[in-house]
Design a binder for this molecule. Structure first.
Ligand SMILES: CC(=O)SCCNC(=O)CCNC(=O)[C@H](O)C(C)(C)COP(=O)(O)OP(=O)(O)OC[C@H]1O[C@@H](n2cnc3c(N)ncnc32)[C@H](O)[C@@H]1OP(=O)(O)O
Ligand SMILES: O=C([O-])CC(=O)C(=O)O
Length: 454
């Protein structure tokens, strides 16, 4: 902001902070008194039932006689277990993300012909409309690619001849445009950031229609367009695993909240991108990497159990790193014993660590995964806590030489499929504007004439 370092502005802001703190408090005890379901969570930690979905299923526990029994995590897309999809792609040595997009969007697995036609269509639509790259990305670059992506998605509205219609035909058309063009936008936003903020040379590569999503993305972000088949297959695996996570995760729910008002596709998806950016959601993958650097800087031997345990304890006490008290990459709203995506990514992370000489760092991640639940239980009481998808994803990207500023955007590219499927479902079957209640605790106040105010 112009003049934001001026002393008078700083002191006004500090004063306004204390005015807010004095005048807007909510008594913490009220939450219990009024039985508020904070974070839309029931008292046992399960989520408040807010809707029905056919898109994805996330399983982390069994309810038995009103008790939550921890269970191994399972994730399915339209009823198909994601682990089966991953294993099939691995066995047949092929890419799977486009197949997953088709499954999520249309509700069925494609035949070979349907898949080939879908891939050809998505590939052909990758280039951005004339002038979009220059006007919407290069002229207004951002140091944060999620921010640039949200703005780019909103800008798609101005390039659309029929942006507001919520009929199925129109939303599918817009969804396909998003699948095709969001990776292109992210690649250009990254190149603009690298050039304008980091002083690197500017590389603008045209998207390649015949490549898979994963290959095309690596092609577009690398100066020399080069990538190995292993790199592209690992990226494809990560994209499959990040494609969808039920209706209640914060970004899918955000998509549904905005969609329930009758608003347009670009508004709903830009809002979801803003949600995913947060460090308690998709932004955790980048935070994990920063947290790992903090471990390396403060722990003499990163594979020494006691030293790592001490540092975890310090971070849980809000003593160090970002003082949030969180161990990023750990904990989940549904999973208790395991996150099935982490199981897959961890296997890949170990393989990559071996070939890239990063085994010592991989062991640090494993120690954090193993020790955090015990230390958390000692400090705060027993809680089922496992590593979530964000613990190993950044490490996998690091081994693929993908820079940290692209970790959360990679998540957004992958999750586009889930968000679009949830938007379609909300518009077709949701039926009502999403509008929960807030109990007002502000009490009554008199309007005091300005001359009589203290
Ligand atoms: C793709 C994804 O979004 S996966 C999640 C990525 N996010 C992270 O990795 C950030 C770290 N993890 C977390 O913040 C949480 O575990 C979440 C947001 C993922 C789930 O949150 P919730 O469901 O609210 O947590 P839950 O109810 O299980 O936790 C209750 C308590 O445990 C604490 N807790 C949960 N996870 C952690 C953690 N990783 N580190 C420290 N404390 C934690 C909560 O802060 C809360 O404490 P409080 O009662 O003192 O306020
Ligand atoms: O389900 C959640 O709350 C968060 C999550 O793991 C995801 O969206 O992938």
């Amino acid at each position: 902001m112009e003049g934001e370092n001026k002393e008078y502005l700083k002191s006004a802001l500090e004063q306004w902070c204390s005015v807010i703190e004095q005048n807007t408090q909510i008594e913490p005890g009220y939450y219990d008194n009024y039985k508020v379901k904070r974070g839309l969570r029931n008292s046992d930690g399960t989520g408040v039932l807010a809707g029905l979905t056919n898109v994805g299923q996330v399983h982390g526990y069994i309810m038995y006689e009103d008790e939550m029994i921890p269970d191994d995590g399972k994730l399915s897309y339209r009823g198909v277990d994601v682990t089966d999809i991953v294993m099939a792609c691995e066995k047949e040595n092929r890419f799977g993300y486009e197949e997953v997009c088709y499954l999520l969007l249309f509700g069925k697995l494609p035949t070979q012909k349907e898949l080939d036609d879908f891939k050809a269509l998505v590939g052909a639509m990758r280039p951005l409309p004339f002038g979009f790259r220059e006007d919407m990305i290069m002229k207004t670059p951002s140091n944060d690619i999620m921010n640039k992506l949200a703005r780019s998605v909103l800008s798609m509205y101005s390039y659309d001849n029929n942006p507001d219609s919520t009929d199925l035909y129109n939303i599918i058309r817009q969804s396909i445009l998003l699948f095709s063009r969001v990776p292109t936008m992210v690649a250009y936003a990254y190149q603009a950031k690298a050039h304008y903020f980091d002083g690197k040379s500017l590389y603008i590569h045209n998207p390649q229609p015949e490549l898979s999503m994963a290959e095309n993305f690596l092609y577009m972000i690398r100066p020399d367009n080069q990538y190995t088949d292993l790199e592209a297959k690992v990226l494809d695996l990560a994209m499959i695993l990040h494609a969808e996570h039920g209706g209640g995760n914060n970004s899918a729910f955000t998509t549904r909240v905005v969609s329930s008002t009758g608003s347009d596709t670009y508004s709903a998806i830009a809002a979801a991108i803003g949600s995913l950016k947060g460090p308690k959601h998709g932004g955790a993958n980048r935070k994990v990497m920063a947290m790992i650097e903090d471990f390396k800087a403060n722990v003499d031997d990163m594979n020494d159990r006691d030293a790592v345990a001490n540092h975890i304890a310090k971070l849980l006490d809000k003593d160090g790193f970002d003082h949030s008290g969180l161990i990023y990459g750990m904990g989940h709203a549904i999973y208790t014993k395991s996150d099935p995506r982490t199981v897959q990514l961890k296997k890949k992370a170990e393989e990559l660590a071996d070939v890239t000489g990063n085994m010592k760092e991989f062991k640090l991640y494993s120690l954090i995964e193993e020790l955090t639940p015990e230390i958390f239980a000692e400090k705060k009481g027993k809680k089922h806590m496992c590593a979530n998808v964000d613990l190993y994803s950044g490490f996998v990207y690091k081994c693929l030489n993908i820079p940290p500023e692209l970790y959360t955007p990679m998540f957004a590219i992958s999750r586009m499929a889930g968000w679009c499927a949830h938007r379609i479902e909300e518009v077709m079957y949701g039926g009502r504007i999403i509008r929960p209640a807030y109990k007002s605790v502000c009490g009554a106040g008199d309007y005091v004439p300005i001359k009589d105010r203290a």
